[in-house]
Write a protein that binds this ligand. Structure first.
Ligand SMILES: Cc1cc2nc3c(=O)[nH]c(=O)nc-3n(C[C@H](O)[C@H](O)[C@H](O)COP(=O)(O)OP(=O)(O)OC[C@H]3O[C@@H](n4cnc5c(N)ncnc54)[C@H](O)[C@@H]3O)c2cc1C
Length: 319
């Protein structure tokens, strides 16, 4: 059995769901969780229900705001004192920034963006997509432990019947050390919606949206089905949507249960960011659009007619 630490980020009232996906997959291992700062009560309950034995709240000066150096220094100290075999995190924007730095500080190996893994005894065997998702690589990690792993959100799925853990909450003190590049302010995006990388349903619009105002029809559909709205690079480059909404090779990589592509041709760079979606629906006027080769369901037609119909149908179906 491996001794595993899972780094979690918190949300307004819980923890990021990718943490629970990871805990479910680690069932049978000895699992601690660490967060920087406080963890909401709901989050503590969820972590315990998914197998966390100990939940550490790491606190200290200059840890109130994220900074890559401060977080990495504090976590380095905490991890070094814990004799862990593995340190996991969801492959979020923050962890993509933090974990390579942390594994470098500890001179340890790292597997990033894995979409699946198994633990055989205390050996980690993972899978990660390469070349824009065209092939899958099997990854193991060599060298001194602890080994670091980041897991793509939504890839593992939520465990159906998780085994619970003791969920002992403990406070630990962490030192941010010297912070040379301080983050002065974090400006929240206007959207209160779930982040694209964690969304379970995504409705995306492409160049065919024609302007920013027309995204209103996607927002209306998203509101009804509980989705987050994304965009292709053509839509972003044309100024119809902010870059934070871009899906693809130079945008966000997503793996929702349902991805609805509206007026998106299906260029390889777009597919790179969403091809691992569990169900893909494409709406496009061109029956030969490449997106249809990847779609589970395709509607050949004008999105400006079809999207409002879908919104109305879902409204009456979902009450
Ligand atoms: C290095 C590099 C990185 C890139 N990274 C990304 C990336 O991260 N994400 C990304 O998306 N792209 C990326 N691209 C760009 C990519 O190659 C495509 O240009 C882009 O994805 C096209 O966006 P689109 O499908 O919205 O537009 P188009 O390719 O112009 O497709 C628009 C589609 O809308 C359909 N359409 C038109 N009117 C309607 C209507 N009324 N109803 C329904 N359908 C309609 C058309 O038939 C067409 O298929 C990258 C390119 C490069 C070179």
């Amino acid at each position: 059995m491996a001794k595993v630490l899972v780094f979690t980020e918190t949300t307004a009232n819980s923890v990021k769901s990718v943490t629970l996906e990871i805990l479910g997959k680690l069932s049978g291992q000895s699992i601690d969780v660490v967060a920087i700062g406080d963890v909401p009560e709901e989050g503590i309950k969820a972590l315990a229900a998914h197998g966390a034995e100990n939940i550490h709240k790491l606190k200290g000066d200059n840890l109130d705001k994220y900074s890559p150096e401060g977080y990495a220094n504090a976590l380095k100290g905490f991890i070094s004192s814990g004799n862990y075999d593995y340190v996991f995190a969801g492959s979020t924007a923050l962890a993509k920034d933090l974990f390579p730095r942390l594994s470098g500080l500890l001179d340890s190996g790292m597997a990033s963006e894995v979409t699946n893994f198994i633990m055989e005894g205390d050996n980690f065997n993972g899978t990660r997509p390469l070349f824009a998702g065209k092939c899958l690589a099997k990854v193991t990690i060599q060298g001194p432990k602890p080994h670091f792993v980041t897991v793509r959100p939504n890839a593992l799925g939520m465990p159906e019947s998780p085994s619970s853990g003791a969920g002992n909450v403990q406070e630990a003190s962490g030192s941010a050390g010297e912070i040379r590049a301080a983050i002065k302010e974090i400006i929240k995006s206007a959207s209160e919606k779930v982040d694209l990388t964690e969304a379970n349903i995504i409705v995306s619009g492409g160049r065919a949206m024609k302007n920013a105002e027309n995204f209103k029809i996607l927002n209306e559909l998203a509101e009804v089905i509980g989705a987050t709205v994304g965009a292709s690079r053509a839509a972003v480059d044309s100024g119809y949507a902010p870059h934070s909404m871009q899906v693809g090779q130079t945008g966000k990589t997503v793996a929702p249960s349902l991805y609805i592509a509206c007026g998106i041709s299906g260029a390889i760079q777009h597919l790179a960011g969403m091809r691992t979606s569990k169900c893909i629906v494409a709406i496009n006027t061109d029956p030969d659009a490449p997106i249809f080769t990847k779609a589970d369901y395709g509607i050949v037609g004008d999105l400006f007619q079809i999207v409002p119909i879908l919104t109305e149908e879902f409204k009456s179906f979902l009450g």
